[in-house]
Design a protein around this ligand. Structure first.
Ligand code: ME8
Length: 501
């Protein structure tokens, strides 16, 4: 039976419409999921929306609607975006689903049974924007003396009776776990940050709220709802069948990869493993904190007015151009910057001028001059040399993707495309048509093999266009193959004026 592979994105706050950062995370996870499926893994890929918490309550209040209405409306946009961007998720989870309430209450009960939950009074700083508690020593002063979280968001003083989780008891178990599992937190820089944070000591975590009721009710404490991060993180096991479907849970849990942004690594690598340890459940195998996307080098924010709508970019330049750009130009794990010009330049250079042009030239030539069929020809050493180069490029793509070095993988793939273009120029099959048709046939067959391999390899990155190309590109091992006049797949893009939302 195929080896399971469970991959998740963060679940996104539907307090507004999705932005390009959300799109980026889904696209990266999708490319990994497709890659793993292509290599025979039994993939379960989950994404979704994180609907509880004070941020949702406040946004809804400002709009004069209920949090549930806001969640229903906005979650729909996230789902639509996933469809539009060809995100092959197997499940789009919403934390407002009854099944998720059951899972959250089950893990809560397990933590309570372990003796890790106690009732006390919480007094401290809370950032609604981050949905996070901070210690005094982590704060800094912003303009006008307002206190800001390390993420730069305003904090407010909170005092209420809440349930606490004994996070402090997990300092050593967590440090031991990180030491035994050096690949648990990636990339390395984030791992170091977390090690320092945990080595500095952990304080118990407030895990319930009484000042609002939009959340999962705490079992046995009807006035309390769970702290939004407790239920948010639990989505990962809800999706894997916890607690009701033991067979499914055994199959998919622990997850192979939680793909998230760098701002929420602490929740995923400190709180989440501590909750799971407490509940006696296995820990995820890896958490990867990707970087942030910057709009022309600037952080995006509603107040600056430079937030970009990914659907508009997809509309202007095509889904695959956008996917290709994001995966190729952002070094995975680091921050990356984007602009319309950068998308157009990259898509034109790699997809239209190099790969697309190569495929188009070869297919059109065969359709026109060979009646769509190329018999065996006279092979020369250059043919095997090209196929070897393409093999190396595709193998480098695979090993980079296995290691989540996505942009390096795409870059390696391009070396295979360049090799084909050099080969075609050197062999000049157009000239051979009159002088040496036997040799021309060998060259064209070599190119067909190479292009097919390159197209298959790049499917996880640009599934629709690579798929369209593969349909036009029969395998030459099928001796009766016929190639029809191709339809161009990678149009040259013109720069459009996209607007900031
Ligand atoms: O944090 N570039 O939700 P969220 C790249 N609900 N990624 C970005 C980004 C940017 N400019 N801005 C945000 C939450 N992200 C919680 C998660 S998981 C159990 C709960 C990423 O909607 C961000 O890092 O604020 C996170 O991984 C994801 O988008 C959702 O962010």
């Amino acid at each position: 039976m195929a080896d399971p592979f469970y991959i998740t994105t963060a679940i996104h706050y539907p307090n507004g419409r999705p932005h390009i950062g959300h799109a980026y995370e889904m696209i990266a996870a999708d490319a990994i999921a497709r890659f793993q499926r292509q290599h025979g893994r039994d993939v379960f890929f989950q994404t979704g929306t994180d609907e509880h918490g004070l941020k949702m309550v406040k946004t809804a209040r400002d709009r004069g609607i209920e949090a549930r209405e806001l969640a229903d409306e906005m979650s729909g946009y996230f789902r639509e975006m996933a469809e539009r961007l060809d995100i092959s998720c197997d499940r789009f989870i919403r934390t407002s689903e009854p099944e998720h309430y059951a899972a959250s209450q089950a893990i809560w009960n397990a933590m309570a049974e372990a003796g890790d939950l106690y009732l006390d009074r919480y007094e401290g700083w809370y950032s609604v924007r981050d949905e996070a508690f901070y210690e005094e020593k982590e704060l800094r002063e912003g303009e006008g003396g307002v206190k800001l979280s390390p993420q730069g968001t305003p904090v407010e003083w909170t005092a209420e009776e809440t349930w606490f989780f004994k996070l402090s008891a997990y300092q050593q178990p967590l440090l031991d776990f990180y030491a035994a599992n050096p690949d648990f937190i990636r990339p390395e820089s984030r791992r170091n940050e977390i090690l320092r944070f945990v080595e500095g000591g952990l304080v118990d975590l407030s895990v319930s709220r009484t000042s609002f009721d939009w959340g999962v009710p705490v079992p046995g404490s009807p006035d309390h709802v769970m702290y939004v991060w407790v239920d948010a993180l639990t989505n990962y096991i809800t999706g894997a069948g916890y607690p009701g479907d033991a067979q499914r849970f055994a199959k998919y849990w622990p997850a192979d990869l939680h793909l998230i942004g760098k701002d929420i690594v602490r929740f995923h690598t400190v709180y989440w493993p501590a909750f799971l340890m407490s509940a006696g459940l296995p820990l995820p195998k890896q958490v990867f904190g990707h970087g942030f996307l910057l709009n022309r080098g600037e952080k995006m924010s509603k107040s600056v007015g430079n937030v970009v709508d990914p659907m508009q970019l997809a509309e202007l330049y095509g889904v695959d151009a956008l996917r290709y750009f994001l995966l190729r130009d952002v070094s995975f794990g680091n921050d990356g910057t984007f602009s319309d010009e950068a998308i157009v330049t990259r898509a034109n250079a790699d997809l239209s001028n190099s790969f697309g042009n190569l495929a188009q030239r070869v297919l059109a030539f065969i359709a026109k001059n060979c009646e769509g069929h190329v018999p065996e020809g006279r092979a020369e050493a250059a043919d095997a040399a090209l196929l070897a180069e393409v093999d190396v490029a595709c193998a480098a793509f695979r090993s980079a993707f296995d290691d989540l070095a996505l942009s390096q993988g795409v870059e390696a793939w391009m070396t295979g495309v360049f090799a084909c273009n050099q080969y075609i120029d050197a062999q000049a099959p157009w000239a051979l048509r009159k002088t040496d048709p036997e040799r021309m046939n060998a060259v064209l067959r070599t190119l067909l093999r190479a292009i097919r391999q390159l197209a298959t390899t790049i499917v996880p990155v640009i599934p629709t266009s690579a798929g369209k190309l593969l349909i036009q590109l029969p395998s030459i091992d099928d001796e009766d193959f016929r190639i029809a006049a191709p339809t161009p797949i990678f149009p040259r893009l013109e720069l459009q004026a996209s607007e900031d939302a």
